[in-house]
Design a protein around this ligand. Structure first.
Ligand SMILES: CC(C)(COP(=O)(O)OP(=O)(O)OC[C@H]1O[C@@H](n2cnc3c(N)ncnc32)[C@H](O)[C@@H]1OP(=O)(O)O)[C@@H](O)C(=O)NCCC(=O)NCCS
Length: 197
């Protein structure tokens, strides 16, 4: 478990399935999370169930999905994940979706991302973390910048949303940048290196 001031990240449970079904069938969530990609949603309960077994069995050495919980009432409000962890290059790709719309714009997504980044740099000792979004998602762009990511490039007009082309924006953060932003020492893990239950 990784705890901040607004949210905690905890391991994915089988009971989280209903939340994932709901979030992935919310058109607003699907719009902002993926630009309306039909592979993300809408989606049937049976399809989420099939994918869920895979998510529950992921090898943390490569990928992992966390549930984001609101610290106020403990309810699951979204998911955060990493994937394609390359132990040789020391990098991984992350993703964040706050599925409960009433939590948008209140700092929960930025903090969840900060906690995930800390886990990857501090506990997993990575060198680089990256993520992406589409250029119309200004809230995500702002949240990524607040969490310490830098824009590194764009795949121009790579995303089609409601008939309009948007850029796929690529963001990255290096270990040294993270270390300076949180004041962590360079030589050893910072804190909270406990396994996530
Ligand atoms: C993107 C997301 C993770 C951000 O988390 P969040 O908790 O909503 O973000 P925060 O409240 O920490 O920060 C949002 C920032 O964007 C700003 N913002 C909010 N709505 C905005 C909008 N429509 N346009 C531009 N900026 C906006 C906020 O003012 C805030 O900046 P500030 O703190 O400088 O004022 C979350 O909104 C989310 O999951 N949305 C749905 C799915 C999604 O977009 N996922 C990302 C896909 S890559």
């Amino acid at each position: 478990m990784i705890e901040g001031n607004l949210v905690r990240l905890r391991a994915l449970h089988a009971e989280d399935l209903d939340h994932h079904v709901r979030w992935r069938n919310d058109p607003e969530v699907v719009h902002w999370a993926t630009g309306g990609n039909p592979h993300f949603g809408p989606v049937t309960q049976a399809a989420v169930e099939r994918g869920f077994d895979t998510m529950l069995g992921l090898d943390p050495a490569d990928s992992r999905v966390f549930t984001v919980e609101d610290l106020v009432d403990g309810r699951p409000i979204g998911m955060a994940d990493y994937r394609d962890l390359d132990p040789f290059a020391g990098r991984a790709t992350v993703g964040i979706t706050i599925g409960e719309r009433d939590c948008w714009g209140r700092g929960h997504g930025t903090e969840a991302l900060r906690l995930l980044v800390r886990h990857l740099f501090d506990t997993c000792r990575l060198h680089r973390v990256e993520l992406d979004t589409w250029s119309g998602n200004e809230r995500a762009v702002r949240a990524f910048a607040k969490a310490g990511f830098r824009e590194e490039g764009r795949r121009r007009e790579a995303v089609l949303v409601a008939g309009e082309w948007y850029d796929n924006m690529l963001f990255g953060m290096l270990r040294e940048e993270w270390r300076e932003s949180v004041g962590a020492p360079s030589g050893r893990p910072e804190k909270d290196a406990a396994p996530i239950a």
